[in-house]
Design a protein around this ligand. Structure first.
Ligand SMILES: Nc1ncnc2c1ncn2[C@@H]1O[C@H](COP(=O)(O)OP(=O)(O)OP(=O)(O)O)[C@@H](O)[C@H]1O
Length: 305
């Protein structure tokens, strides 16, 4: 199957800064894909190259089979980008902005689709308001709407929920999930790793312009050496001898015990009962994408592929 986005040996330098170093990446049609990395890792630079807004020093990028430099127009028609920065022409209303954007793609009669996007992004009340009069969160909705006017099969969202309230975040994700279910390929960058973990089936992690991990979200988490642990606070504050081999740490009376399998929990509970030790607080801690991210960024010499 033709990849939705195909990135081959892309390098990008800004003077002496190596923003992207030999990046190879293939995103399949229909994927919900996360591009993660710390500040300055190269995510926006890569997105700008995919969108044809910036030229790579070497390598090539195709969107739905079209080269982003030699077949710019076809590639751009297949792509919708929600940029990180809120940049707008302040003189137009929301509806006008969306119709003008449709015009850029040569789409003349787009009222029906524009109305649908306005409704699905909860912008009906603001459709005729001037862009100047919108709050930051509303402007972000318009940015998403702008990226969708030409119904692109591939949609890239560069930190779409930065500075956005919880309600809009939910609305936005419901809409984006629906677009993905309708067959659109979604690429997302975010610093909210919980979002990426819930939504994205595959993740690439960038650091200093290089891909240091590329895998399914679950297998990145599964590769963590730490695994599950049980945290317990006890009365009296003493861990029975039989459990001491499981102890990972103890901080302010909260013991962290290693859990290799769930049957071990039964053993821990029965040991505590036999020892007449009460549990005052207990929770199971499972590693998440944030743990995987921190571990990968720290140990990025060890490529996890
Ligand atoms: N126009 C530019 N001129 C010079 N350096 C740049 C330019 N754009 C990006 N850089 C540098 O390239 C590197 C990658 O930046 P980029 O914005 O792609 O990172 P990012 O992963 O998107 O970061 P963030 O999470 O903070 O948005 C950084 O070192 C940045 O300073």
């Amino acid at each position: 199957m033709l990849p939705a986005i195909e990135i081959t040996r892309v390098c990008k330098n800004f003077g002496g800064i190596r923003a992207l170093v030999d990046v190879d990446l293939e995103i399949r049609p229909g994927e919900f894909f996360a591009l993660l990395g710390p500040n300055g890792a190269g995510k926006t630079t890569l997105i700008n190259i995919i969108a044809g807004l910036s030229l790579a020093n070497s390598g090539s990028v195709n969107v739905m089979g079209y080269n982003v430099t030699t077949q710019y127009q076809q590639a751009r028609r297949n792509l919708g980008v929600v940029p990180q920065e809120l940049v707008f022409d302040p003189f137009f209303s929301v509806r006008e902005v969306l119709l003008i954007q449709s015009g850029y793609y040569g789409i003349k009669h787009n009222n029906r689709w524009v109305d649908e996007i306005i409704e699905r992004l909860d912008l009906v009340d603001k459709a005729n308001a001037n862009m100047r009069a919108l709050s930051g969160g509303m402007k972000r909705r318009v940015l998403v709407a702008q990226a969708l006017v030409h119904k692109p099969p591939v949609i890239i969202l560069d930190e779409p929920t930065a500075g956005v309230d919880v309600e809009l975040r939910q609305t936005l994700w419901e809409f984006i999930k629906q677009l993905n279910q309708d067959g659109h390929t979604i690429v997302l960058t975010t610093h909210y790793l919980e979002e990426a973990e819930t939504l994205c089936s595959r993740v690439a992690m960038l650091k200093e312009g290089k891909i240091i991990a590329l895998d399914s979200t679950q297998s990145l988490i599964g590769k963590l050496p730490s695994g599950n642990s049980l945290k317990i606070r006890l009365l009296p504050d003493r861990l029975p001898l039989e459990l001491q081999s499981l102890q990972r740490s103890c901080s302010n009376g909260l013991y962290e015990l290693r859990i290799d399998n769930y049957a071990q929990i039964e053993f821990i509970l029965s040991t505590l009962r036999t020892e007449n030790t009460q549990i005052q607080e207990m929770y199971l801690q499972q590693p998440d994408l944030e743990d995987a991210f921190v571990s990968l960024i720290r140990n990025s010499g060890n490529k996890l592929q």
